[in-house]
Design a protein around this ligand. Structure first.
Ligand SMILES: Nc1ncnc2c1ncn2[C@@H]1O[C@H](COP(=O)(O)OP(=O)(O)OP(=O)(O)O)[C@@H](O)[C@H]1O
Ligand SMILES: O=C(O)C1=C[C@@H](O)[C@@H](O)[C@H](O)C1
Ligand SMILES: [Mg+2]
Length: 171
């Protein structure tokens, strides 16, 4: 059994994919994303799974995908924004190098336009984002080995900050 060198958590659009790829490049390892794993395995988009089967069914699929990735992947792993809601997933994260990428709502609006492919933000996105974060912020923080704010930072700066925070800089 192996485990990721870094697990990235944080809300939709915070930069997990962008920073995850940069981190993987810097560390010479592979990047993996549980949302992508789900899309590949299911042969449909995350939004389609939400529409076809509802959020609880998506969460069940996600929980299995996260467990598999955490035990298989040795590189950088990004989790879907809501994966942290699952208590078993949180237990699996204990002791792993988890980086919580954070941002405020204004940065979220700039990054994502808060729409399109994100089913949970389809209606009144600013309010939805705030409510999601109120429910999740403490879960991200509790799971995190390091919290890395991304507001006003380039992806490269966020990458450096994450490497510093985990003391992986000279690896
Ligand atoms: N530090 C940053 N500064 C400004 N823009 C950024 C930064 N990081 C990422 N972005 C931009 O924000 C958007 C969302 O980034 P990204 O797709 O990496 O986020 P994510 O957390 O993987 O989102 P998702 O919920 O879709 O998985 C992209 O357009 C990306 O180019
Ligand atoms: O924050 C969330 O609940 C989600 C985040 C995305 O990564 C996807 O997993 C999906 O859109 C749900
Ligand atoms: Mg992503």
């Amino acid at each position: 059994m192996s485990s990721p060198v870094i697990v990235l958590v944080g809300p939709m659009g915070v930069g997990k994919s962008t920073v995850g790829r940069l981190l993987a490049e810097r560390l010479g390892v592979a990047y993996r994303d549980t949302d992508d794993d789900i899309v590949t395995a299911e042969g449909r988009t995350v939004a389609d799974i939400f529409v076809d089967e509802g959020e609880p069914a998506f969460r069940a699929i996600e929980k299995r995908a996260v467990r598999t990735a955490l035990t298989e992947h040795e590189g950088v792993l990004a989790l879907g924004g809501g994966a942290i809601l699952d208590a078993d997933t949180r237990a699996l994260l204990a002791g792993l190098p988890v980086v919580y990428l954070s941002m405020d709502v204004e940065e979220a609006v700039r990054r994502t336009g808060l729409g399109a492919a994100r089913p949970l933000l389809a209606v009144n996105p600013r309010k939805q984002w705030r409510e999601l974060m109120e429910a999740r912020r403490h879960l991200y923080e509790e799971a995190a080995t390091a919290v890395v704010p991304t507001d006003g930072r380039t992806p490269e700066e966020v990458t450096e900050a994450a490497l510093n925070a985990l003391e992986l800089k000279d690896v």
